[in-house]
Structures are given as C-alpha cells and as structure tokens.
Design a protein around this ligand. Sequence first.
Ligand SMILES: C[S@@+](CC[C@H](N)C(=O)[O-])C[C@H]1O[C@@H](n2cnc3c(N)ncnc32)[C@H](O)[C@@H]1O
Length: 270
Amino acid sequence: MDKNSVYRTNIIGAGEVGVAISADMDKNSIHKTNSIFWDTKGNEVLGATALPLYGAFVSEEKCQLFGDISGKKMLEIGCGSGQSLQYVGEHKASELWGTDISEKQIEKTKQLLTSCGLSATLICSPMEEECGIPEDYFDFVYSIYAIGWTTDLEGTFRRIASYLKKDGVFIFSWSHPIHKCVVAENDMLAFKKSYFDESWYSVSLDEGTLTLSDRKLSTYVNALSKAGFVIEQMIEQSDDEMMQSRDDNDDFAKKAKMLPVTFVIKARKL
Ligand SMILES: C[S@@+](CC[C@H](N)C(=O)[O-])C[C@H]1O[C@@H](n2cnc3c(N)ncnc32)[C@H](O)[C@@H]1O
C-alpha cells in the first residue's frame, strides 16, 4: 500500500478519519498544526475525554483509580476545556494546576472554573517544554487523552516524574493502539494498519488537521519505566453498561465489545 494513503481508524469515538498522510516528526510543525486544531475546533469533536470518563467506555466512577483526593495537589497535562479540573476540584482537591498547548483551551478552562467557583493555576505551554511548574510538588499528575500528542514521550514522562512528590501518582488515558489498527467493516473487524507502525501522520477531522503517531503499548510502558515510574494498574476493559447503552448498530460499540478502545495506566513515582 502507498505509504501516503494508509487507512487509519478513528481517534476516539469521533467519525472515521479516513486517509492519513505521512508527516515528518518535526516538533515545531506538529505543535503548530495541533495548536491550530485545538484553538479552532476543541475537544467536543472527539467526545468522552474528560473525567469522570477516561475515554469511551471507561469511567473513574467504576475504576476508582484516584481514591480520596481531598486535600491533594493536582496537575492536569493537556487540560483542554477544564471539565476534569472541575471534577477533581469538586472532589475537594486542595490545589488545581493545568497546562495546555492551546490558548483557547486555557481560556475555556478559566471560564469554566470561574463559573463553578474554583480557581487554578493555568499555564499555556507544550507538555514537552519547561514552563515553570514546581518540582517534587504534586500528589497527582493526570492526563485524559492528551499524553499521546507529545512529540517526546520519554522527555514528557521525565518532566511529569519531576513534578511529582516521591510516591506521587501519575494517571493517564489514551486511545488503545489496537483500536487504531482495526476498523469495523460489514459486521466484521478488519486489521487495516500494522500495530508496529509508529510513524507520524496527519488526518483531517471536522475540517481541521491533526498530526499524531500511534505508539505501541510497550513504548508507553518502557518510557514510564525509564522515567522512574512503577505501574500499579492498567485498564483495558470496556464497561458493559456503557456499551449496552449505545445503539445496537453503533460500529464503535460493536468494536468495543471485541477489543479495548481506551487504555488507562496508573503509575507511581519511585
Ligand atoms: C483530546 S483533548 C483532551 C483535553 C481534556 N481532557 C478535555 O477533555 O478537555 C487534548 C488536549 O491536549 C492539548 N495538547 C495537544 N498537544 C499538546 C502538547 N504537545 N502539549 C500540551 N497540550 C497539548 C490540546 O490542546 C487539547 O486541549
């Protein structure tokens, strides 16, 4: 198959994105493309990317990965429109911090939290870069469908480890890489892409463009280990009740019955 026309499956649960164009791994141009998307489109396009949801069919209400967060200092990486910060704020976290590459998303977070009577320290920056976040400070760092956008996974995990106190917890969710390889076709699931292919590509979504790469699970696991984390729990299971509440003809729900569409990892800084 032509390298420039590899079929890619949907990003989360949004419409199929179709043809992918291979892209250079050039950090600046990836940041530029993706910031324009998040500045103009936003997270509603993807859906299910804020707590209590970790993504489609996985919920914190069922998984209880955070436990009691009252009095805890929390940092969200890629805070988007701020709903997850609202969720942890309403669960009595003592300090809220959020970062995002998009000025527009930071503005949305500010407005949402203000309307809920919550306050947070918000920083507009790519997660790969130094941006004044304190070190050895946070009880929890978390990220809901944002980590995968990094152009430097190992460097980003090292930074996240530096923000956490010893024994601090890092929780993140992202599209399961197997979901990105398989498409629903005539009541069958078909492999359309190699699981091993981590090359960067651009796709069109809702008249915008996003650039990303589908990393293997082992890439995430090994990068966590290199950054000094130990994995305590991993979720791959789709929630039965959430799947049943979807329409029977929904291809995405059918797919989720057969394979994980989201993964969540809870890791602890050693
Ligand atoms: C799918 S959204 C999820 C955000 C959030 N969980 C929500 O639902 O509002 C991904 C977010 O990551 C941000 N993002 C993308 N690339 C980033 C990067 N390199 N550094 C920091 N944030 C980034 C985007 O601006 C976007 O707000």
